[in-house]
Design a protein around this ligand. Structure first.
Ligand code: HEC
Length: 80
């Protein structure tokens, strides 16, 4: 029982599994690192959710019109 609880506590947060044949984020976008495996159609809604949650615009983290670029340190902040 304790072992099961321990395994659960260490597991990744659930990501919605992509149905077979679904185009994946890394197949649609140029520089996907963290969101690999989620459906491509969920990337923009996820970004809108993140931006709205923080009360910021896309450009807070992204170079305008170049979302794949890692030039803004705030884009990379959660991972590094
Ligand atoms: C809090 C920072 C943050 C905000 C705000 C944000 N993004 Fe992102 N965005 C990221 C990160 C981090 C990634 C990389 C995800 C990955 O590697 O899986 C990313 C990736 C992307 C990508 C994929 C780029 C590629 O080609 O690989 C797109 C498109 C994108 N964002 C669009 C948007 C849009 C549109 C908005 C505004 C609605 C937005 N983002 C707001 C952090 C942010």
């Amino acid at each position: 029982m304790l072992a099961i609880a321990g395994a659960w506590a260490q597991s990744e947060p659930p990501k919605t599994p992509a149905a077979p044949g679904t185009k994946l984020a890394e197949g649609e976008f140029k520089n996907i690192q963290a969101l690999k495996g989620i459906p491509a159609e969920q990337v923009i809604p996820s970004m809108q959710f993140i931006a709205a949650s923080l009360g910021v615009e896309c450009e807070y983290c992204h170079v305008a019109h170049a979302n794949e670029k890692d030039d803004r340190s705030r884009k990379l902040a959660p991972a590094r």
